[in-house]
Write a protein that binds this ligand. Sequence first.
Ligand code: RBF
Length: 363
Amino acid sequence: MKSNTKPVHPAWPAAWPALLAAALVFLTAPAFAGGASQGGAQRGSPQDGDSLSVLVYITGMLAGSPPYEMLAAGAESFAAAHQGVRVKVYEAGFNQAEWEEQLASLAASGEYDIVLGSNPSLPEICVNVGKKFPRQKFIITDARYEGNPQISTYLYNQYEQSLYLGYLAGLITVSDMAHANPAKRLGFIAAQEYPLLNNHIVPGFLAGAKLADPGITLDFRVIGNWYDANKAAELAASMIDSGVDVFAAIAGGAAQGLIKTAVDRGAYIVFHNTNEYRAAPGFILGCGLMEQKKLVEEILSDVLAGRIQYGTSRMVGAAEGYLDFIADDPGYSDYVPPEIRAKFDAFLSDIKAGRVDYTLPPL
Ligand code: RBF
């Protein structure tokens, strides 16, 4: 505009719309550009192209914990594909007593629009941290929490994954495979007890096994932490002594001890959440899959589009495509006998189609 070079007065009326638009951009854009400080202007919904700063808060360590590795990988791949999206991955370590304070000091920096985590125990921590930082938003997978306007959660239907892995374990323990014995006894090694484990994962595993044979029983043991592979190895050996021939574990890095004992002593494993066949071909006979990377990419895309609902929880399972089983791997097809695979594949199809009737226990 020519009038720009003159004193502003004469140009005012003509420039008003442009000035207003500029003022609006100025007021709303900084909410996401430059990392939105806690005391900053009201945040709007970031649009593609705006900046978004994400803290991936790992409740433990990345190494040896596939759910966490997939969480970080999903956020990082999203950032690589979207300009202006920044991701910081923070490993909080295994001392759970420190998690809340660590998260509070990260939130205090005001650097992060979103805290992204994956742990059933995180929402309670976020409630407390959120009270101190009312503008901080938290998105947590593998958890369920409703009614807090700062927190959005996504719960994998782990009862369902355990149901089909338990069914496979049940078919194997009653089979005549080389390391199967007549005891009809499965083993479950947990790092620690928590509601999702006690109410969904373990009951689902036993219920699935009993669909294969109602006489199957479960030997359940707890390590006490998420890293002690030696303790897991000892527990596994004592369980094998008591008749266990097929195991499951929710134990993070400590599961490596179970794998070693199973190979040394001759026992089978079905693995939750990730492709672990390569760690022990012929012993790890089935691997479930948690589509955490895909879910995280979708979540971040929803964040950019302003589509995230806070205060709510969404459950995702096999029918929705967020839990699966890795059947196209030689670890499964080369080692599990065809008659077991035929029964299992039919069961998995039924699960995905919603044809398996079960009651999800309360969490
Ligand atoms: N899973 C892991 O793979 N590694 C961990 O270090 C880990 N730590 C956890 C700590 C707590 C307090 C809770 C409740 C769960 C933890 N999980 C861990 C379990 C994980 O988030 C998830 O529930 C299971 O992997 C089953 O989906």
